[in-house]
Design a protein around this ligand. Structure first.
Ligand code: ZN
Length: 410
């Protein structure tokens, strides 16, 4: 085993242990705590008991899936799965690009198949048990087929282009790869609201009336011209609710889940949207995009350096160095660094959430409506009112709801 293999194996185990410990601490705290005073009027003890059991059910499932991943991947690796797959695909065609599409495609599809039973169990057993799931098996299968087709239509040409770039362009391949991926991701995020999302959800313009008037008045006050307000049929899949902005430039639209409209007063909805506008006005969206570009730039730069290293390939028992295998191995080697980056990104995101909350409070004039909305959301979604700090640090992109309420009430 060479040093790269040792590092990968070690980080796999460390990663597994850290998430095991944080989940255990989180569960222990949840079972030992009472409903915090801030939530006491909406979150009943009965609901907290239900939330504990919801958490335990999900934890059991994710532990099984983590354990399977921890065993299955090294097993495939140490039994020579990668050189075996390489020998299979190299017998099919002379084109390196086609071989690459097959090699990566088979690995991605295998990973998808391993995850599928967990996704079925989560939707139709756990979410259904707590009354969240509204998805019929038909919708589930339709979603699955659409996602697969989209990955093929969008993912395969991008992969083919990257393989071509790295096969042909030598020293400038990493820079060209970066420019290519960045351009495509910009185009995708521009067309997503009008071309991709409607494949999954119906977007209906919010009808004229007091809610629409209130939203537009608030948006004008924030100097944020807003015409595209849509309602989407989230209730087709889940009782959980949400609101979000998509797209950028003139193509921005704001979408409110129908479930959100059903469960909240107009003032609460306006406060939730004021928070979302806050993300735009405070440049969180631009910030996120810039970070994304820098991230992709660094990844491609490192990829360009490491791809030439024989050690990377021999760590996976490969005797040759095909570009497509290099892409996969680089991804595996970098996943621990990605986890560290995601902890940093989560911390940035939690700070931004506080900032958007305080923006909304100023815009609406008081924090009460947002507090009410947050309380309802966390109660309706059975979210954990007392998460452990380590678990929050590792996984939460939003601050715990009690912290947000405290800040808003200041
Ligand atoms: Zn937010």
């Amino acid at each position: 085993m060479n040093i790269i293999a040792a590092i990968i194996l070690l980080t796999l185990i460390v990663n597994f242990l850290i998430s095991l410990i944080s989940e255990h601490l989180n569960k222990k705290k949840m079972f030992a705590s009472k409903v915090p005073a801030e939530l006491a009027d909406t979150y009943s003890d009965e609901q907290f008991t239900k939330a504990r059991s919801y958490y335990s059910d999900r934890l059991k499932m994710s532990s099984v899936s983590d354990a399977i991943a921890l065993v299955a991947f090294p097993l495939f690796w140490f039994m020579g799965g990668f050189p075996y797959l390489e020998s299979v695909v190299s017998g099919t065609t002379d084109s390196e690009i086609y071989r690459g599409l097959l090699f990566v495609g088979i690995l991605v599809f295998a990973q998808f198949l391993i995850g599928l039973p967990f996704s079925v169990y989560s939707t139709f057993v756990i979410e259904a048990k707590y009354g969240f799931n509204k998805m019929t098996p038909k919708t589930f299968i339709q979603d699955l087929i659409k996602s697969i087709l989209l990955s093929i239509l969008i993912g395969l040409p991008i992969l083919a282009a990257i393989l071509w770039v790295f096969g042909e362009l030598g020293n400038y391949a990493w820079l060209t790869g970066f420019l290519l991926v960045t351009t495509i991701s910009l185009i995708l995020s521009y067309i997503a609201p009008t071309w991709i999302m409607p494949l999954f959800n119906k977007f209906v313009p919010l009808e004229a009336g007091s809610l629409r008037d209130k939203i537009i008045t608030m948006a004008e006050k924030a100097n944020f011209p807003l015409t595209n307000i849509f309602v989407i049929d989230g209730s087709k899949r889940s009782t959980k609710s949400n609101a979000f902005f998509t797209g950028f430039g003139k193509n921005k639209r704001i979408a409110l889940y129908d479930t959100l409209i059903q469960n909240h007063s107009e003032e609460e909805l306006v406060a939730v949207l004021a928070h979302e506008i806050g993300h735009y006005k405070l440049k969180h969206i631009t910030q996120g995009m810039v970070i994304g570009f820098v991230h992709t730039f660094v990844l491609f730069f490192l990829l360009g350096q490491i791809m030439q290293s024989e050690m990377l390939y021999s760590a996976f028992y490969m005797t040759n160095m095909p570009i497509y295998a290099g892409l996969i191995f680089f991804g595996i080697l970098f996943s621990p660094i990605e986890s560290i980056l995601s902890v940093m990104m989560n911390s940035r995101s939690r700070r931004n959430e506080f900032a958007a909350d305080s923006f909304a409070k100023k815009l609406v004039g008081k924090g009460d409506y947002l507090i009410k909305a947050l309380k309802k959301l966390s109660t309706d979604n059975l979210s954990n009112p007392v998460p452990h700090p380590l678990y929050v640090m590792l996984n939460y992109s939003h601050p715990p709801v009690v912290e947000r309420i405290r800040k808003l009430a200041e």
